[in-house]
Design a binder for this molecule. Structure first.
Ligand SMILES: Nc1ncnc2c1ncn2[C@@H]1O[C@H](COP(=O)(O)OP(=O)(O)OP(=O)(O)O)[C@@H](O)[C@H]1O
Ligand SMILES: [Mg+2]
Length: 290
């Protein structure tokens, strides 16, 4: 979001880690995660591309949430590495991880707003926690300008219960954007929403990626949404990525289980309008429509 290129730590670009590709923002490198005797992730490798949208799909219990917790450094891999911006975050100390965590914005399922706080205080929350030096005036300006960017002008004094589902999602997104993250993670952003609102949330994810120049990682059960927004899709089955590529590579590729997974959802991929097929200029900002 700032004009200056940002890096995880240090001022000098690093050499690429072995196996990484130049446009990797996050490189998940042979990650194993076990809880006791149970191996939940069994050697996951993923290249999450900078400024693109990656969607991770997979059945219940496949390990999606576990992977997400590793990405945002809430947990450490049992073995393997996670490289963010060319830096291995796996061996970092807790204070160093706290810095890394601030590069990630999380947009939770159902927005996860604090019901007893106003919209303003919900959005200001990360600044009060992590930008303690910030002047009240500056904080106010920052919150109000973000609310305005997301089409929530004048809603700052409302309570979350006084908002529509789509508005709550945008408040959650405003909060996630406050610390200017480079990576936005969405946990099941469309689950429980009607088809029209789901579509708006898809547009919101894409517009946010384009406008704030972030890398998006989305965990989803929603195949229509996956086809709409994913530049890359990863199918996780029993702790392994069994297929990856563009959504069409999964739907029509050589991996039987991937074709079956997508066919089982009943969607018609050819009828879905993909963000990938749109020129940048064609995208209209629809924040205000939600
Ligand atoms: N802290 C933990 N301790 C023990 N087992 C765990 C722990 N966290 C996850 N698991 C196990 O790991 C497996 C994967 O769980 P995970 O929550 O990652 O799946 P998921 O793909 O997110 O599923 P869903 O789509 O239902 O949310 C499950 O079998 C779960 O029981
Ligand atoms: Mg889960």
């Amino acid at each position: 979001m700032s004009a200056e290129p940002r890096r995880t730590r240090g001022a000098t670009p690093r050499e690429l880690p072995p196996g990484a590709e130049p446009d990797d923002h996050i490189f998940v490198d042979s990650v194993v995660k076990s809880f006791g005797d149970t191996q939940v992730l069994k050697g996951v490798t993923m290249h999450l591309k900078r400024h693109k949208t990656a969607v991770i799909i997979g059945g219940s219990g496949a390990g999606k949430t576990t992977l997400l917790r590793l990405l945002i450094a809430l947990e450490r891999p049992t073995s393997g590495h996670i490289w963010v911006d060319g830096h291995d975050i796996s061996p970092l100390s807790e204070p160093e991880l706290n810095v890394v965590r601030q590069q990630f914005g999380m947009v939770f399922q159902y927005a996860a707003l604090l019901d007893s706080l106003t919209v303003f205080d919900n959005v200001a929350f990360p600044l009060r926690e992590h930008r303690k030096q910030m002047k009240r005036r500056e904080m106010r300006d920052k919150v109000l300008s973000m609310l305005s960017l997301l089409g929530l002008e004048g809603k700052e004094n409302r309570m979350p219960s006084e908002l529509s589902g789509g508005q709550r999602k945008r408040v959650g997104l405003a909060r996630a954007l406050m610390l200017e993250p480079e990576i936005l993670i969405y946990d099941e952003p469309t689950s429980g929403l009607d088809p029209i609102t789901s579509r708006m949330v898809d547009d919101l994810i894409e517009e946010t990626r384009a406008r704030f120049d972030v890398t998006s990682v989305v965990i989803s059960h929603d195949m229509t949404s996956t086809f709409r927004i994913a530049h890359q899709a990863f199918l996780l089955v029993q702790g392994q990525v069994i297929a990856s590529g563009k959504p069409d590579d999964l739907a029509y590729g050589s991996v039987d289980a991937a074709r079956e997974f997508i066919a089982a959802s009943g969607i018609a991929p050819e009828r879905i309008n993909r963000v990938d097929n749109q020129a940048e200029g064609e995208r209209t900002i629809k924040y205000k429509a939600m």
